[in-house]
Design a protein around this ligand. Structure first.
Ligand code: GTP
Ligand code: MG
Length: 266
């Protein structure tokens, strides 16, 4: 599945980002708090060597709070600012961006771009930041045509088009984890692998919460009355429902990576 769309998509994304990189002062990299290792993209960061960067661990409301804290401490140790965000966390988002902008040269406009893998919450963050912002301004050097700058404050502008970067899928584990968190589309073959991978991971790593997880998908189908016409349990539907519950936070708050389990990227 990755073979067909990944390379072209990646080349285009990198080209667009290279073009933008020249104009940006701060790159806000949005990560999924449940996957701060797998949603990081080193190609992007190499392209953006010059501007400062800052990590937001978004969807923290879905992640294990203790593990999110561990990640934040871990990333900060590498000398880069990191903080968590969730739906509605507008004031703290602004505070962190504005504090990064304190270092700007006087008189110049501090330009911010938000980037991250698909579905990680870039648009939501831009919307939260720009709510109530004054009219869009187009008098700054644009990146690609059609992109616009939103003025957040006298000296701070946000590029209103987020940088979508392809996820780095370098092993089968990364593939199901990304799919479980919505970072890649759930094609049919992947839905089964993802649901099975997620259930196994949760049972192993959150054994104290075993009562919150189904024993298996046949049982889960029966419990939810997901039956095929002949009365057999509809496990395909059960798997999809399980993934939806995970992403709605209805199972609980569970992270899928720790600095220890992934090795240090930061
Ligand atoms: N639970 C939770 N959901 C979030 C949060 N931020 C965004 N979402 C949801 O995640 C989904 C994707 O959000 P977007 O802001 O569209 O993500 P994006 O990165 O702009 O996605 P693309 O433009 O497709 O790459 C939406 O359903 C949002 O409601 C968050 O902090 N917590
Ligand atoms: Mg978006």
């Amino acid at each position: 599945m990755t073979g067909s769309w990944f390379p072209g998509h990646m080349q285009k994304a990198v080209r667009l980002l290279e073009e933008s990189a020249r104009h940006i002062d701060l790159l806000v990299i949005v990560l999924d708090a449940r996957l701060p290792y797998t949603t990081r993209n080193m190609i992007l960061e190499k392209t953006f060597k010059r501007p400062g960067k800052l990590f937001i661990l978004n969807k923290a409301d879905l992640a294990d709070p203790e593990i999110t804290e561990i990640w934040i401490r871990h990333i900060r140790k590498s000398g880069v600012q990191a903080f968590q965000a969730e739906e509605g966390s507008r004031a703290s988002l602004k505070k962190h961006i504005f504090s990064a902008a304190q270092k700007r040269k006087s008189g110049s406009i501090f330009k911010v771009m938000v980037a991250g893998v698909p579905n990680v919450g870039k648009s939501s963050i831009i919307n939260r930041l720009s709510k109530g912002a004054r009219a869009k301004v187009a008098d700054l050097p644009g990146t690609t045509r059609g992109k616009q700058w939103i003025r957040l404050d006298e000296g701070i502008a946000l590029l209103d088009s987020p940088g979508v970067i392809p996820p780095a899928i370098n092993n089968p584990e990364a593939r199901w984890r990304l799919a479980a968190c919505g970072g890649i589309p759930l094609a049919d073959d992947l839905a089964h692998l993802t649901a099975a991978g997620l259930l196994e991971y949760l049972k192993t790593n959150y054994s104290g919460c075993a009562h919150l997880f189904p024993e298996n998908f046949s049982e889960f189908a029966m419990a939810n009355n997901f039956l095929k016409p002949g009365g057999e349990p509809d496990t395909v539907r059960a798997e999809a429902f399980f993934l939806k519950k995970y992403n709605d936070g209805a199972l609980g708050r569970f992270s899928l990576e720790t600095p220890e389990s992934t090795g240090s990227l930061y």
